[in-house]
Design a protein around this ligand. Sequence first.
Ligand code: MRU
Length: 339
Amino acid sequence: MRTIAWEDGTVVTIDQTKLPNTIEFLSMKNCEEVSSAIKEMRLRGAPLIGVAAAYGLALTAYHSKAKEKEELLRELEGSSNLLRRTRPTAVNLFWAVNRVLKRAKDATGDVKALVKVVVSEAQKMAEEDVEINRRIGEHGSKLIENGDIILTHCNAGSLATVDYGTALGVIRTAWRQGKHIRVVATETRPALQGTRLTAFELKRDGIPVTLITDSTVGYAMSKGLVKKVFVGADRIVRDAVINKIGTYTIAVLAHEHGIPFYVAAPTSTFDLTHASKQITIEERSSKEVTNIGSQRIAPEGVDVLNPAFDIAPIKYVSAIISETGVLSTTEFEKLTLNR
Ligand code: MRU
């Protein structure tokens, strides 16, 4: 089932804050609603955020009363700025907004033609995302053998994309090929994407999964309970992979235990123009740490540090799997130099 869809001027998605207990659909009629959904993590995951942003611009175009092209372009610029302020780390958001804006600016014809261009570009990006994930799955599944126990972090599944998933797409493909595998899913504090979303997706597909707390990773690896790691990414810069908080710890532990650490991400997640120290790591509300659900656990007034992502230096990465194939880090670094 698709995570996001365009239905004649409305964008429909699953409210991920309610999963897995309630499957509630969210209908968004304008870019402000899309921006809020991204900010509040009702929809999340780098590729999905990108496609949602493109759809946000499609909503602006579709419902616009602009009579002149210039007026509509100004409205699209306004919506783009709103989207850019939602979450700073996943590069797919900026990539998607820039791609749609460029398409809009290059479009010829009248306002009606421009609306059509923007809406169809967003739809094209959604279709492409599904196809890209399938290809990532095909390439990455070659790295999986019978008997593998694969650790994954956060949720890089169909809920983080339009459909299928990146890291979970690889696992899904291997499973469909008949490989006997097991997954170890980390809970992923503080928003619990592993507990609520990854475990939900894997159970739904019948793929064996064991849920662990984030702090169990070292124990599980030291006991030989993990053979490979597959994670997604929010941004892959020249020197590092930026992904959900906890990824760096997992990468270092994998290195210590001689466990391959693979990153699966579309090329739209590559940001070859930046190095990790130039990237803004999103800091989220302290409530995510002081509370469990609506219940406060921490004492009032305690200081909290709550970065949503961390930075795993490229030296810890065994390979990067994208829609173009499996890249060694040397190949990735060459890609960087060629730009
Ligand atoms: O804060 P989130 O839930 O948006 O973070 C998501 C992740 O960190 C994923 O691993 C990443 O976006 C890749 S999803 C295919």
